[in-house]
Design a protein around this ligand. Structure first.
Ligand code: KG4
Ligand code: ZN
Length: 351
């Protein structure tokens, strides 16, 4: 059974074809990074327009690379939440047009569920990962940072345990890079610079953590970087910049991982999955394995290309629903919000 996935929720136009075992036949991603880079963040209207320009060629490339025609596809899965409204609508219109024209079933997928299930994708080079439900997942992306208990593939089987009160971890990377004049997106740039820096040399606040709370907050750390830059910048010393990146990254990574492992213990879960764009961070990946060894737990991290936005994870998240006969033709609803139940209140207040 072949599923066509379509993803346009933010700044990547993506289409992919995946079979019922999660094997990726094609995975095409057109990134808009260059368009948004000069603004230091995603500009929604520019995102929608660029999706419109690229959705058809990206879809065609996905079919071509898989060596398939539309008639070979058994169903369509499209991201319909959460994300930028105008951007989501482009992918949804495309998917609904195809479903209508070719008489294919269609399902709407929550982008966060896609990220959480990306660990089950496989390629000829990357064999299937043995992983059973339930597991604990840390989802860290540009728009979301949260811990989940994942009992199965359906959205109703996924429970949020705690999320960020303010900035997402990826957003913090992007904002700090902008403050330091490093470019966009900040995550990969800071990741690279931090490798040659020393975390101890720039004293930054550790994000607040409470023993009983599984919520995160990154805005204080970001403000601390802003204050430090004001007092010490503009940075002409390359080494100091690298030290700043290392220190910031260290604090983010340690905060994420200490809460993740605390959550796993609390939930009695021994398998931990990292998901979302920030899971591509090399320090986070390496430190997660070190934590796992210390705690006698297992950490599974998908390859970087499956962590950042892609349509293969969307196809996979829709395929089991299509397989059981679900069809939402004419009933898809776009929303900027996730359908996953949330327990974290945004903003300040006691935790
Ligand atoms: O999951 P994703 O591709 O899109 C969203 O759904 O948000 O995540 C994008 C985020 C950006 O904030 C980017 O800076 C961050 O992931 N990111 C990284 C790395 N690669 C991407 N953050 C830290 N280290 C990286 N290597
Ligand atoms: Zn994402």
């Amino acid at each position: 059974m072949l599923t066509l996935g379509i993803e346009t929720s933010c700044d990547e136009t993506a289409a992919a074809i995946v079979d019922e075992n999660g094997l990726v036949l094609s995975d095409v991603v057109h990134t808009q990074v260059e368009i948004h880079a000069r603004y230091g963040g995603v500009v929604p209207e520019l995102a929608s327009r660029d999706h419109l320009n690229n959705i058809v060629p990206v879809y065609r490339a996905a079919l071509e690379r898989a060596g398939k025609r539309l008639r070979d596809i058994d169903g369509i899965a499209v991201t319909c939440k959460p994300g930028l409204s105008g951007a989501l609508l482009v992918g949804m219109q495309m998917a609904q047009g195809l479903a209508w024209a070719a008489q294919k079933p269609i399902v709407g997928v929550d982008h966060l569920v896609g990220h959480l299930l990306a660990v089950f994708l496989r390629t000829p080079e990357q064999p299937a990962i043995e992983l059973e439900f339930p597991f604990l997942a840390l989802l860290v992306s540009g728009g979301h940072t949260a811990l989940y208990r994942v009992e199965g593939r359906d959205a109703l089987q996924i429970t949020e345990l705690g999320a960020t009160r303010d900035d997402a971890a990826g957003e913090a990377f992007d904002k700090v890079a902008k403050l330091a004049g490093l470019g966009y997106p900040g995550g990969p740039i800071i990741d690279r610079l931090a490798r040659e820096g020393h975390a101890g040399r720039v004293p930054l606040a550790m994000p607040m953590q409470r023993q009983r709370s599984l919520e995160f907050s990154f805005s204080g750390l970001k403000s601390d970087v802003a204050r430090w830059l004001e007092a010490n910048g503009p940075l002409s010393n390359d080494q100091l910049l690298r030290d700043l990146c290392a220190s910031f990254q260290h604090n983010v990574v340690e905060t994420l991982l200490s809460s993740t492992f605390r959550a796993a213990k609390k939930e009695g879960l021994r398998s931990i999955v990292l998901a979302g764009g920030v899971a591509a961070n090399r320090s986070l990946r390496a430190r997660a394995h070190a934590y796992a060894e210390r705690h006698g737990m297992r950490v599974v991290v998908p390859p970087a290309a499956h962590c950042t936005d892609n349509a293969a994870m969307i196809a996979l998240a829709g395929s089991h629903r299509l397989a059981r006969g679900e069809n939402q033709r004419g009933q898809l609803e776009m929303s900027p919000h996730t359908q996953l139940a949330r327990v974290t209140r945004k903003g300040a207040g006691p935790r």
